[in-house]
Design a protein around this ligand. Structure first.
Ligand SMILES: *Cc1c(COP(=O)(O)O)cnc(C)c1O
Length: 225
């Protein structure tokens, strides 16, 4: 378990170093710890060492961990694929939902977000690699979708998210992240300023291109259980 705190410290070091290199303020790249397949005890260990934002991909697994970790002031991010008939628990139990790729999902979240909670934060997933098999909207679809989401009540469009196809060279990694950064700038929507991009293997490239939230699993928790 102790290894989680060491890994977390290393990831934080990598983020601070990348921020320095990019000339960005310290702490401007936030860290989401991605706990998919890891037990609640592993998340609790990261929490004990100051981690507050956690990301999950699978709804049932996420809800079980939320129950186990009830009472901790965790910010929960859903980063997995979204089924339109499973939006209610997302609307009720998460603070952020990153994989928005159609209006129907955003509308349901808007309708199902409980009144007593603050608006749920949404990121639109963009297919920056242009692969037909990849999730996310195309650049052409992005602006109309964003403009239809913004006016919905009880949700807040915060920015964009991407999972680029893995490439080994930093230049190639940066190219994909740059597409997302430019897409966000192109929207020109006030308050829509989040770039959710970068994982264990490419977080430096993501921070260089302006990531405000990186999503890191393996480098914190180890190889998937
Ligand atoms: C698993 C996952 C991550 C974390 O990936 P690592 O390579 O383990 O850091 C980030 N984002 C999404 C959407 C994921 O599914």
């Amino acid at each position: 378990m102790n290894v989680i705190s060491q890994n977390l410290a290393l990831v934080r070091q990598r983020l601070r170093e990348a921020e320095r290199q990019a000339g960005r303020p310290e702490g401007s790249a936030g860290l989401i710890a991605v706990g998919k397949t890891w037990p609640a005890a592993a998340l609790a260990e990261a929490y004990r060492h100051g981690q507050r934002d956690f990301g999950e991909n699978y709804l049932q697994e996420a809800l079980a961990k939320q129950d186990e970790l009830k009472g901790l002031d965790i910010v929960w991010h859903f980063i997995g694929p979204i089924q339109s008939n499973k939006t209610r628990p997302l609307a009720e139990r998460f603070h952020w939902i990153h994989g928005i790729d159609r209006l129907k999902i955003a509308k349901r979240l808007s309708e199902q977000r409980p009144d007593h909670l603050p608006p749920v934060n949404l990121c639109i997933q963009v297919n920056v690699s242009g692969e037909p098999s990849k999730a996310g909207v195309s650049l052409a679809e992005l602006l109309p979708l964003a403009e239809s989401i913004v006016p919905l009540p009880r949700i807040r469009l915060r920015g964009l998210m991407a999972i680029p196809a893995p490439v080994n060279d930093v230049e190639g990694q940066r190219r994909a992240f740059r597409i997302l950064r430019e897409a966000l700038a192109g929207l020109g929507l006030a308050g829509v300023d989040t770039l959710s991009m970068g994982m264990s293997d490419d977080l430096e490239a993501a921070v260089m291109e302006g990531a405000t939230l990186v999503r890191v699993g393996t480098a914190i928790f180890g190889g998937r259980a």
